[in-house]
Design a protein around this ligand. Structure first.
Ligand SMILES: Cc1cc2nc3c(=O)[nH]c(=O)nc-3n(C[C@H](O)[C@H](O)[C@H](O)COP(=O)(O)OP(=O)(O)OC[C@H]3O[C@@H](n4cnc5c(N)ncnc54)[C@H](O)[C@@H]3O)c2cc1C
Length: 660
């Protein structure tokens, strides 16, 4: 029998669904809230906002993170900003336009109803954060300032210099701290969720490892929320923090939660290029730089060759010999095309030999025109900390005057290249953000929900905070409404015993391999396989080869891994080994999904499916669905595909166009 998924989308026109849902959902009365415990795993923007909100509402919250403080969650790295449809610029924005841009940006592969709700609550997020004291940038008159991000023709991005994620996280953290002080949230820092405990078919607890003592501990609750971020580090090199991992999501997947659209991985166009094989991290240069920076490569191949040999610098090439290829190919959006489009265009130029550094894998991001037009001080005010960051890493100051040709001043351009940045795929959730396991919810980057095949810049923070502050606090009540009649579960139950034993056995297994290879050396190899075969341009043969290599790598991992130290106490190598085991499974999942999806859409580009102009070619007739994968009881077995058909009522599905 074909397995069916119920996405529980409420009745009614798309603009009324959320209002109708809230009017009719079940609520939990204040007395019963006191009897209900909720585990929230993660303290990034999604987890912290959810934990703070649920605590404020009266639930008892157990909140976990792997760092030593919630403030160190990866969300702190977000630079550029957060979208909302406030229309402060009076430039034609609206909830509908944000909804439309997000669906179009995602290449028509997102669930319409979820995206409309996201656009609808976006404005509440800004109000909430301003009330918390988040220092958003302001205009001279006091109005909150906005800038533009890719995939939109309006300015709707709210920002706090280049540190928006940090400031938003401090806001969420202060709300969380209030609940910790009030005794409604209990924080477990340096704890890592290792497994999910299911009792009578419902998520009823977790097994977590105390990362300092190495001890496994059991926690029970009435519902579990995971907010554990994305899986970009499967590729080893990415813009994500080094600690980002997908182990909690994989634990849920192995216990029966479906994993949706894993092949939708975002490759960000503006990152500092790879500079050697000893590197373990890539640095993002915020998309906000594309507001004023212009992306180019030389028009002449001989200039590119000279750049590659180090014989000339970018500032030696005059205006007429520069190819601003995004402005040339996409006149309507220019440098502000969505990330997938900009990344592929950079790859196309570099593949043709126009790359501008010694590896041929870089393009220029240039501020000469904007500095000449607006002045150095203005550009520094907008991007000063990003310029400093670039200089610290590369020793090149992009604000420094480097040449003057025919009376035109040229400044040092930045060099950039695409890198793995964000994952649109994730644990499948219905409209209520509940997974296929009753009582298990997934929020923020770790779910698949709102971005389709490509996320627009500044929309991840919006989604994480929408989920945590404004969506989950409603929808989880619909689930918890009849749960207070059940007594608290004892963690001595056999289900907890079994889960803990399972984790313990796995850890013993890893410690006992006693091979010769470090975790990082195997992870780096996985990253090479992923980038080469499951990266920006994918083919059937390449994906099959990638899967074959990953299966071999798993055997190498299982037979030749070396984890130093003991399982007791602090052992970061052991923790990394657990993450790597799960990244290998994740890598295969991405490849299976990419192999089956015989079309190009958003971040998933199958070279067999492109137009004559090299644009992505979708196949709506055969692939207009969410691809969900079900675990088959063994990491070595191929997962099974289950489809959630997409239904669009408010938006006409058409070919994406950023040209006119
Ligand atoms: C460099 C960079 C810049 C970015 N800039 C922007 C931007 O300007 N605008 C925008 O919208 N988006 C941006 N993004 C994307 C955005 O930052 C993330 O998508 C978002 O912050 C993810 O939030 P989250 O709460 O879902 O997860 P995270 O912030 O990744 O938090 C995950 C949490 O889960 C915890 N955790 C993980 N695994 C476990 C486990 N097994 N057990 C216990 N705890 C666990 C971690 O400790 C952490 O607390 C950027 C991303 C990067 C990499």
């Amino acid at each position: 029998m074909t397995k069916q998924l119920n996405s529980r989308i409420p009745e009614g026109p798309v603009a009324e669904k959320w209002t109708n849902y809230k009017a009719h959902q079940r609520l939990v009365n204040p007395k019963n809230k006191l009897k209900l415990d909720v585990i929230v795993v993660g303290t990034g923007l999604a987890g912290a906002s959810a934990a703070a909100s649920l605590g404020e509402m009266g639930f008892n919250v157990l909140n976990f993170c792997i760092q030593d403080s919630p403030r160190r969650a990866h969300s702190i790295a977000a630079q550029g900003g957060i979208n909302a449809a406030k229309n402060y610029q009076n430039d034609g924005d609206s909830i509908y336009r944000l909804f439309y841009d997000t669906v179009k940006g995602g290449d028509y592969r997102a669930r319409e109803a979820n995206v409309y709700r996201l656009a609808e609550v976006s404005n509440n997020i800004i109000d909430q954060c301003v009330a918390q004291g988040v220092p958003f940038a302001r205009e001279y008159g006091g109005m909150l300032a906005n800038r533009s991000f890719g995939g939109a023709q309006v300015s709707r991005t709210f920002y706090a210099k280049g540190q928006t994620g940090q400031q938003l996280l401090l806001g969420a953290y202060s709300s969380l701290s209030r609940q910790v002080e009030a005794g409604k949230v209990k924080l477990f820092t340096r704890y890592e969720m290792e497994d999910l405990v299911i009792v009578d078919g419902r998520a009823r607890g977790i097994i977590a490892k105390n990362l300092v003592t190495g001890k496994l501990e059991r926690f029970s609750a009435n519902a579990v929320v995971i907010a554990t971020g994305g899986y970009g580090n499967t590729y080893f090199l990415s813009t994500n923090a080094m600690g980002c991992n997908c182990s909690a999501a994989m634990a849920c997947y192995r216990r029966g939660a479906y994993f949706a659209n894993p092949s939708y991985v975002q490759i960000h166009p503006t990152c500092i290029p790879v500079h050697g094989d000893k590197q373990s991290k890539l640095t993002l240069m915020s998309e906000s730089l594309r507001n004023d920076g212009r992306i180019w490569v030389p028009k002449k191949l001989e200039d590119a060759k000279k750049l590659q040999r180090g014989e000339i610098k970018g500032s030696d090439i005059p205006e007429e010999d520069r190819d601003y290829y995004l402005e040339r190919r996409y006149p309507a959006f220019g440098n502000l095309v969505p990330r997938d489009v900009a990344s592929r265009a950079a790859k196309e130029r570099c593949d043709k030999g126009y790359g501008v550094n010694n590896t041929g894998l870089a393009v220029f991001l240039d501020f000469s025109e904007s500095i000449n037009r607006l002045g150095y001080d203005e550009i520094m005010q907008r991007y000063g900390n990003l310029f400093d960051m670039y200089e610290e890493i590369t020793d090149v100051n992009p604000g420094k005057l480097a040449n003057e040709i025919n009376g035109v001043k040229y400044y040092n351009p930045m060099m950039i290249f695409p890198a793995i940045h964000y994952t649109m795929g994730g644990i499948w959730v219905d409209y209520e953000l509940m997974t296929t396991i009753p009582g298990l919810f997934a929020i923020g980057e770790c779910n698949f929900s709102d971005h389709g095949a490509n996320r627009l810049g500044a929309s991840a923070l919006m989604q994480g905070l929408a989920d945590g502050y404004f969506v989950l606090p409603y929808t989880i009540q619909n689930y918890l409404a009849d749960q207070s009649i059940w007594p608290r579960l004892s963690t001595d139950m056999p289900e907890f015993e079994e889960a803990e034993k399972h984790v313990n056995d796995q850890i013993d297994h890893l410690m006992n391999i006693k091979g010769k290879r470090s975790v990082d050396s195997i992870h780096k190899e996985l990253g090479h396989i992923m980038w080469e075969h499951v990266g920006m341009g994918r083919t059937k043969e390449g994906l099959q080869e990638g899967l074959r290599l990953m299966k071999e790598l798993r055997k190498e991992f299982e037979s030749n891994l070396f984890v130093p130290g003991k399982k007791e106490g602090l052992n970061t190598e052991l923790d990394k080994a657990i993450h790597l085991r799960d990244f290998i499974t994740m890598g295969e999942l991405i490849a299976y999904d990419a192999l089956h999806r015989e079309e190009s859409c958003g971040g998933h580009f199958r070279e067999e499916h492109q137009t004559e102009e090299g644009e992505a070619k979708r196949d709506d007739e055969n692939f207009f669905y969410v691809g969900c994968w079900e675990y088959q009881g063994d990491d070595n077995k191929a997962p099974e595909l289950i489809k959630e058909p997409l239904e669009y009522e408010a938006i006409k599905v058409q070919t994406r166009n950023y040209k006119n």
